[in-house]
Design a protein around this ligand. Structure first.
Ligand code: ASP
Length: 358
């Protein structure tokens, strides 16, 4: 009799423990945030001809293989992977931007809590800034890449990808605008740029500094972007099937109007002039830009100089020429903003306002 009741007590206790364990595991599975990883290619998905050599093919492996290389991600998030395109980011284009932005806006209305986009580093800053201006969500959106192919010794992709997911699922990452995670740094889309052609430590925010760092798998923020973005942005891709054509023209000694004339002939809607110094054009170039403006083309002055503002009220009379100055936007980001500005207006004063606010 005694033996039976001891047995029964043990089996009830055992069943209770199993039950508790199951409830706990279920609860744990429930709390893992759901994240979408949208893959576009790049060196992070690159495959090399050797483990040390530099020859490799960008965007060679798919999102499933990328994720399989970092199984630790499954411990912190429930992942849904999507292959949007599979390209080197030198081939990134407006159509992919529109597709990506529309897809994220759509997924943002579901229970997906955060987004990571794997991307080549060459044009990563442009995609990040475009999305920063058109996504209608305050859910975290993080772009990530790598400087070394996935097959290289000490590939930087797996750690960057893990950090990107950790950053994206962290509650403190909400509402900060689109970010790039590379080499332990959290970089804001409005300022981040690639600064070295081959180094792992290549991304920086030369004007405002990084938003923070990744430390032991946690984002530690030290700054908030002061520029308008995402839910506060006036730009939208909802009714867009293409973007207005804007070209960048580079400044240098002895520059001629050749490329401005060619751009006018090609029917561009806007020109970003990557001028010398504080976005200065030569006298002949300025004349060509003024006549382009008179024919209805929007002109934004930016600078080929790495950092600092391209400011109004300096050597160029922007009011008289009807130009806008790009302030802290480098030429490639100025192009992104000018394309979106032109979906709304071609008034240079309005365009100037946008360059101050975004
Ligand atoms: N060309 C590559 C790309 O941008 C370089 C990289 O990812 O680092 O796709």
């Amino acid at each position: 009799m005694k033996k039976v009741s001891v047995r029964r007590t043990i089996s009830i206790a055992f069943m209770l423990m199993v039950g508790l364990f199951m409830v706990n595991s279920f609860a744990f599975a429930q709390v893992k945030p759901k994240i979408a990883i949208l893959a576009t290619g790049g060196t992070i998905a690159g495959v090399g001809q050797s483990e040390v050599g530099s020859a490799y093919k960008s965007g060679a492996i798919t999102v499933d293989k990328l994720l399989a290389a970092v199984p630790q991600i499954n411990n912190i998030a429930t992942v849904q992977g999507e292959q949007v395109v599979q390209i080197g980011s030198q081939d990134m284009n407006d159509m992919v931007w529109l597709k990506l932005a529309k897809r994220i806006n759509e997924l943002a209305k579901t229970d997906v809590q955060a987004f990571v986009i794997t991307h080549g580093t060459d044009t990563q800053e442009e995609t990040a800034y475009f999305l920063n201006l058109v996504l209608k969500t305050d859910k975290p959106v993080v772009l990530v890449g790598a400087m070394r192919a996935s097959t290289a010794i000490s590939a930087d992709g797996p750690k960057n990808l893990y950090d990107a997911v950790s950053c994206a699922i962290d509650p403190t990452s909400k509402g900060r605008g689109v970010m790039i995670i590379m080499n332990d740094k959290i970089l804001g889309a409005d300022d981040v740029t690639k600064t070295m052609t081959t180094a792992v430590e290549t991304f920086a925010c030369p004007n405002y500094g990084p938003l923070g760092i990744m430390y032991n798998g946690k984002p530690m923020y030290t700054r908030t972007s002061m520029k308008k973005h995402t839910v506060k942005s006036e730009f939208s891709v909802d009714n867009l099937s293409e973007l207005p054509r804007v070209e960048i023209i580079y400044g240098y000694s002895n520059v001629t109007p050749l490329f401005v004339d060619a751009a006018v002939k090609a029917g561009v809607k806007g020109i970003v002039y990557a001028g010398v110094g504080n976005g200065n054009p030569s006298t002949t170039l300025q004349d060509a830009l003024v006549s382009a403006r008179k024919s209805g083309i929007a002109i934004v002055r930016s600078s080929r100089v790495f950092s600092g503002p391209t400011s109004q009220f300096d050597e160029v009379d922007d009011e008289k020429c009807e130009f806008a100055a790009s302030w802290y936007k480098n030429p490639q980001k100025a192009r992104v903003l000018l394309m979106l500005a032109l979906t709304k207006t071609d008034n240079y004063k309005e365009i100037q306002r946008m360059f101050i606010e975004y």
